[in-house]
Design a protein around this ligand. Structure first.
Ligand code: NAD
Length: 270
């Protein structure tokens, strides 16, 4: 991966996960700055990973080649407004991980033809198992696309989308998805506890079944998800009985409606 000066504006969970992935993957910590108003988050990152820490967004952004905007979407206008008055963004690569803030909006906030890539990561990035969607306008160079891809591959896998709406679809399939699986696992754990299992054993069973199922999916790229399901579903057996209940209750339709609601919400935020 090419080495450039990177400034993270915002030093929260997501910025921290990316910093960890970069430094643990061998990226020089001295080329990374993390900026946030309160010292606690950024100083913890500085101490743990040896990156620079600052409360001065503009000074960090001005001296960086790559500016990662990692604040909450509702703060983006204020943060960008303050940056624009002090930083010349021409020649810089800007990366945003915020939901609902479009390229058009960033161009209005930071300058026309802004060299920007939108990234939609998810929380498994915290353990190197992230899934990030990436979108760049056509004028962004291959070199900048490659840099961004390598950056996000330091915390997981990536998927480019061809049009910006794809970012909202990625939110439904990956950004928000860990919570769907947590809900499913939570419901399973609760039922095991109702059946008399202690919480720790109930959690272990569910957790290992989920991670084992995900590992099987990963290990069998040529096998469809439907076939994997059929392989554990003997006719007239216990799994068939359980899946019958889920299908009768229209679980696939519920999942589809939930994902559509996530996409609609992402569109509303724009
Ligand atoms: P977070 O609340 O953990 O971190 C936000 C950071 O911004 C904090 O360090 C805070 O101190 C800092 N900050 C606040 N005001 C600031 C300012 N004026 N200047 C500089 N820094 C400032 O949030 P997070 O979970 O890391 O999310 C960051 C962004 O990533 C958000 O836009 C969010 O939508 C996006 N995102 C999060 C997830 C997720 O699952 N957590 C997934 C995808 C995208």
């Amino acid at each position: 991966m090419q080495h450039r000066n990177i400034a993270f504006i915002g030093a929260g969970n997501m910025a921290g996960a990316i910093v960890a992935g970069l430094v643990e993957g061998g990226y020089p910590a001295g080329l990374i700055s993390v900026c946030a108003p309160s010292a606690s988050h950024r100083d913890a990152l500085a101490e743990r990973y040896g990156v620079h820490s600052s409360s001065d967004n503009a000074a960090c952004a001005a001296s960086a080649d790559v500016v990662v905007l990692a604040v909450k979407p509702q703060l983006m206008a204020e943060v960008c407004g303050a940056l624009r008055s002090q930083v010349d963004f021409s020649g810089k690569l800007v990366l945003s991980i915020a939901a609902g803030v479009t390229v058009e909006r960033f161009c209005a906030l930071l300058g026309e033809q802004l060299n920007i890539v939108r990234i939609m990561p998810n929380t498994p990035s915290l353990v190197g198992k992230g899934m990030s969607g990436l979108y760049a306008p056509a004028y962004v160079s291959q070199q900048d696309r490659d840099f961004t891809a390598a950056l996000m591959e330091s915390v997981g896998k990536i998927c480019w989308v061809d049009d910006e709406h794809g970012i909202n679809q990625v939110i439904a399939a990956a950004g928000s998805a860990p919570a769907y699986f947590f809900l499913f696992m939570e419901a399973m754990q609760q039922e095991m506890e109702r059946q008399g299992f202690p919480a720790d054993k109930a959690r272990l069973l569910v957790q290992q079944a989920a991670s084992g199922a995900a590992a099987l999916v990963e290990a069998s790229p040529e096998v469809s998800l439907g076939t994997l399901r059929e392989r554990v579903t003997s006719k007239g057996g216990t799994t068939a009985e359980a899946l019958n209940v889920m299908n009768e209750q229209k679980l696939p339709e519920i999942v589809a409606r939930a994902m559509q609601a996530a996409i609609a919400r992402a569109q509303d935020m724009e």
